[in-house]
Design a protein around this ligand. Sequence first.
Ligand SMILES: [Zn+2]
Length: 305
Amino acid sequence: MRRILMPILMAAGLAVMAGAGTAAARDPAGVQPQPAAWGRLAAPSQGPAQAIGGYAAGCLAGGVPLAGEGTGYQIIRMSRNRYYGHPSLIAYLEDFGRKVAAAGLGTALIADMTQPRGGPMRYGHASHQSGLDADIWLRLDLPALGRKERESLHEVRYVDYARMSVTPAWSERQARMVRIAASDRRVDRIFVNPAIKKDLCARPWPDRAWLGKVRPWHGHDGHMHIRLVCPPGSSQCVPQKALPEGDGCDEDLAWWLERAVPAREIPPEKAVPPNPKLPPSCTAVFGAKGISVAQAKPAGNYDNN
Ligand SMILES: [Zn+2]
């Protein structure tokens, strides 16, 4: 038994050393890398893009960085190194930015996407693991800023929890931005606070099909969470359960309006699960050879603004 096992373990160890470098040490007690180790990987793995596993138990092969700033958007808190995604997410966000700009809504602020190779995160999110999730802040009042300035912005929260309604700062501009985000066939669903969903339901839109994709959830009072469908070619991507028919402006929303709490009140053990079981191929993604760090850096440079 030992004679068979040892060479396998040594080979696996060498693959990790050669591929991911010393910073990405594996958890010695476990069979899969820990969230902190995923967070230390500096560059995506080489090879074709694959969203692997579920949104809250998966990883990303062949990830791509979103350019730090583009038409209609800029990424915030780039020091977190969470601006990677499957190419379908990158294309989606670039298109989204162009539509926001064309509608004259201002500049969208893109927050956390996925780590270079996805996987669980040490803090902040239970999902965002497979390169198909992105948070977009709802505030639209900021001009183009340098990357350093974008490190310390504050999230404007648009929900009055005592009344479970939007605050006076909420406007049609935010509502139109959510509609732009949801009116795209690449989107599976978008999470917003129930008070925001209630406002969207009350508006006289010419079309309402997109509203069904906007789902109520705890928190999400200063940002919306975009989730894309499994992209073509990602055979190991695990889709979400299909959404119910209709615009969702129904008893489901009423249920949420009675229960939603601010993100800070969600018990931490419920907010981020310890370390979900990932598909076995994620261990290979973790240990695979990476693209060069120069290639992995997002385009553009606003540091000197
Ligand atoms: Zn999110």
